[in-house]
Design a protein around this ligand. Sequence first.
Ligand SMILES: N[C@@H](CCC(=O)N[C@@H](CS)C(=O)NCC(=O)O)C(=O)O
Length: 253
Amino acid sequence: MASNGTTTNGGGGGSNPEIILYTNHGCPWAHRAHIALKELGLPYKEEIIPLDKPREAWYLKINPRGLVPSINYDGHIITESAVVTQFLADAHPAQLLPPTTSVSSALFRARVAFFVDAFITKVLPHLFGGVRAQTDSEKDASAEELLRAVIKEVEPLFTWDTTKGPYFGGNEHFTLAEVQTGPFVLRLLAFLKPQYGLLSPKLDALLDEQAPKFKAWAAQVVKQPSVTYIWDERGVAEKTKARFAQLAAEKKL
Ligand SMILES: N[C@@H](CCC(=O)N[C@@H](CS)C(=O)NCC(=O)O)C(=O)O
């Protein structure tokens, strides 16, 4: 822990920006920034923002919305996880995204953006729906909806040859697609484990049978050290379960 209350993570990068990441390790949106920084090998200082109490005035000056993540990059504040990770990919090009120097690289960027949009807007709501559901039949219904969304929206996007690499576009390394979806893929594969009782226990086999390309890709994504280094599966699963049980008891769901 440094004297200003921050901790240092990460490896050596090509350029050497001073980066502070304002984060909370339980937050999937902030998790995106951790993945991007680790994949890019950018050292950073970390400031944990407690989310169980009102944000302090100093943090509201950094991000008036009071949300995590935010970064300070050589004195420039950037907020919103999609913007933060896009900025990091663009400021350190070629690793996560190709620079827009040709139509083919612009097309790759467009494909990544569409994939992320499809996953976040069409699939993720059903992951949250499944976790919110408090009965087995509601969880089964959410699992069916999630499965339908994956089959319709995401599985058809896996059009590439995976012999060179398992990641988006057949790459050997993570792209911005894995950075922006990784924290949610991680939660999906964790929460469908029967021991947590968070999602329908039928979902795992249904995805294997009916969305095999998505499932194989997801299984690779969750193995990547950049995705797992801040991840406390049991802690997040138990906290999530307790939060939704409490909301249900208060009839706030
Ligand atoms: N759209 C934002 C969402 C970030 C977000 O919702 N962060 C949550 C934690 S997971 C937060 O900071 N919540 C604090 C609050 O709502 O007061 C992003 O992508 O960065």
